[in-house]
Ligand binder design. Structure first.
Ligand SMILES: Nc1ncnc2c1ncn2[C@@H]1O[C@H](COP(=O)(O)OP(=O)(O)OP(=O)(O)O)[C@@H](O)[C@H]1O
Ligand SMILES: [Mg+2]
Length: 270
């Protein structure tokens, strides 16, 4: 039964991940001790891809939960639901992961309310248990269970931050956009666009990233560069591709747009 469930969450083919530092080695060691791990970094820099790659290479199922402020502890843990035969308990994703020994990836965990986040506390210390209060069960996590959370320090405000008692249950890995050469290699490999074109895309991104905090909340992510590369590989004119993927999504501010368009025009003319 739990094998069937685990099969659903297995990653079939190896997700491409280009290591940029010692993150693979560090994650492996943390996984060996089932240490909870936090992945910090801006949007679109490779956190999700990394966790997918690690789950695949470690041979673990991966259960991902996108957190949001409306999420309750029951959404993670489970609840009784009414069906034709009466009320039946349904495990939430965190409970499923703890039962089958999956890696549970809570994406953007700062978005969840603190009373939701605290349900992970007993799972992320030496106890490794999850109390299912409503069901009257104390679930002991499977030996292979590991919790991974992500968060983007850029968005965090004073109101939205993790409590120290949550933060200090995790080892943390810092992610950022890779060095120019590596990022270009990733874009070329992901999209099939020319390496020379990928290098130009990265230079445009560097200009936008320098505007972070000076009119832009976030710079152009690796994800957007991948989109640009995909459009170009589809035969779209690079300047148009950049407008659609690197300029328009990023900002509504006319001055900022103009600045970004000028950066694009330095490298690609339409
Ligand atoms: N090191 C890398 N190796 C391979 N691909 C990468 C790498 N870094 C980024 N990418 C590419 O960038 C895309 C976006 O990365 P990903 O979805 O992992 O970002 P993220 O950090 O999880 O962002 P968010 O915080 O918005 O969820 C991936 O789909 C992949 O194409
Ligand atoms: Mg992600």
């Amino acid at each position: 039964m739990s094998e069937d469930i685990a099969a659903q969450y297995r990653i079939e083919a190896e997700p491409y991940y280009r290591a940029v530092g010692s993150e693979v080695e560090l994650f492996r060691a943390a996984h060996a001790r089932r240490m909870p791990v936090m992945l910090k970094g801006p949007t679109g820099c490779g956190k999700t891809r990394f966790v997918e790659h690690m789950a695949y290479t470690l041979g673990r199922p991966l259960i991902t939960v996108a957190c949001n402020e409306d999420m309750t502890a029951s959404d993670l843990v489970g609840r009784y639901l009414l069906d034709r035969e009466g009320t039946k308990w349904h495990d939430g994703p965190l409970t499923v992961a703890a039962r089958i020994g999956a890696i549970c990836y809570l994406d953007e965990v700062v978005e969840a309310r603190q009373d939701t986040v605290v349900v992970i506390h007993p799972l992320t210390d030496h106890r490794r248990v999850l109390p299912l209060d409503k069901k009257g069960e104390l679930l002991h996590a499977h030996d292979d269970f590991q919790l991974v959370i992500s968060y983007n320090p850029g968005y965090q405000s004073l109101m939205k931050d993790l409590k120290q008692s949550t933060k200090q249950r995790f080892g943390a890995l810092s992610f950022d956009y890779p060095d120019a050469g590596v990022e270009a290699e990733i874009i070329a490999r992901e999209t099939g666009c020319d390496l020379k074109v990928a290098e130009k895309l990265v230079q445009i991104a560097h200009r936008a990233r320098n505007l972070r905090g000076h009119g832009l909340d976030e710079g152009i992510s690796t994800r957007l560069l991948v989109y640009a590369g995909q459009m170009i590989a589809e035969g779209i004119d690079p300047a148009h591709a950049c407008q659609m993927t690197l300029v328009t999504p990023l900002t509504d501010d006319p001055d900022m747009r103009e600045t970004l368009e000028a950066a694009v025009a330095t490298f690609f003319t339409s």
